[in-house]
Design a protein around this ligand. Sequence first.
Ligand code: UGA
Length: 434
Amino acid sequence: MKVAVLGTGYVGLSTGICLAEIGHNVICIDIDERKINTLKEGKSPIYEPGLEELLIKNSSAGRLTFTTSHQYALNHADIIIIAVGTPQSDDGQADLSFLERAAKDLAENIVRDSIVVVKSTVPVGTNEYLKQLLLGQLKNKVEIKMVSNPEFLRQGSAIQDTLKADRIIIGSDDAGASEIIQEMYRPLNVPFLLTDVRSAEMIKYASNAFLATKISFINGIANLCEAVGADVEDVAKGMGYDKRIGSAFLKAGIGYGGSCFPKDVKALLHTSKEQGIPFSLLEETIAINDHQQELLVGKALKRLGELKGKKIAMLGLSFKPETDDMRDAPSIKIAHALTAGGAEVTAYDPVASGNARKVIGEVITYVDSAFEAAKGADALFIVTEWEEFRQLEFEALLDVMKQRIIFDGRNCLDEAALQECSPIEYYPVGRPAV
Ligand code: UGA
């Protein structure tokens, strides 16, 4: 099939590359010329494991091309996938301006009957709004069918999540269009749910909000565990054996971040308020999440007496491992809270320091290794659970610190190995300190 993908962010790029990988002819469009040139050279503009290999493979095979020209791309495509961002606006609503711009560009350049597939995360009703927008501006007399096809890939495992998805949701009021999109994905051999447009839009928000709530729930339990002397890791394990609960997304820590959960929970809450349907569970999800980051800093303050003049090493900056993405990363709040308290913060992240500089700024110092960060530190904070940190020689690392104190915001270090590094003070989340 001939497919055009509009937007080469995480979702657009992964989708385009994977559709090429299963044999389709894909043209990816972006208004950012620099990005398109990078992609044409076979380089990925984002850090995503496995993506560059498939990019090179499918580009060389001639199934994957990149352009800034809507006219060129839409001349070739029967299916147009919109995968532009829907960031959060100041009032918590999803900002649809990139989508509106995409609709305008499509309307001006579509020359044949097309199926327009919306992959961007959009509030219920947006597909209908976009269709009206498109129809109202169409330059040529063509027929447009809309399909809502939300995306469930995670950063850091985008390719695997796309090629081995748990499900594919296809929402359309046109049975023929649904069938064609199902056909497009058929080689992936994953379960399909065909539904109406509004339900498809809601499935995306409901899924993300549920996962975020699961994380806040276990974080709430973690805080209780600390108070009563239980171990949240065992509690989560014990809960997870129950198939109705499941073990995924029960990892306690400093809360969720990233470009999706924070904004999607807020957008769903906004919809509930707009509709006059109370959904205060979502407010709690957000409140607990924000609190987790404050708690970690609070623990350090309690242990160190004061933050003023203390040197803190932060290991990890990205919102999760295997990505350089800093959007809504818990590290941002933690870094600012520590420096506001007068601490001197030195941070190391395997890939995210460049992006962190743009977001956190120069209030903290960025270094090139965990050891450099730890030198002379009064305490070490684990903020992102990079595998590299688990493998550190802790005996040697503790030796370069001023005080042998670790706050593990992700419960990711091997407690048994740390115990051998005596003396040590190790404070995980929701478990007894060592
Ligand atoms: C999330 C969803 O998992 C994807 O299904 C969805 O497609 C995507 O949002 C999106 O809407 O585009 P992502 O933001 O890439 O994916 O990352 P996750 O792996 O879900 O992690 C989100 C945050 O939750 C991270 O900060 C992570 O550290 C945190 N988390 C995750 C926990 O604190 N505990 C857990 O048990 C799991």
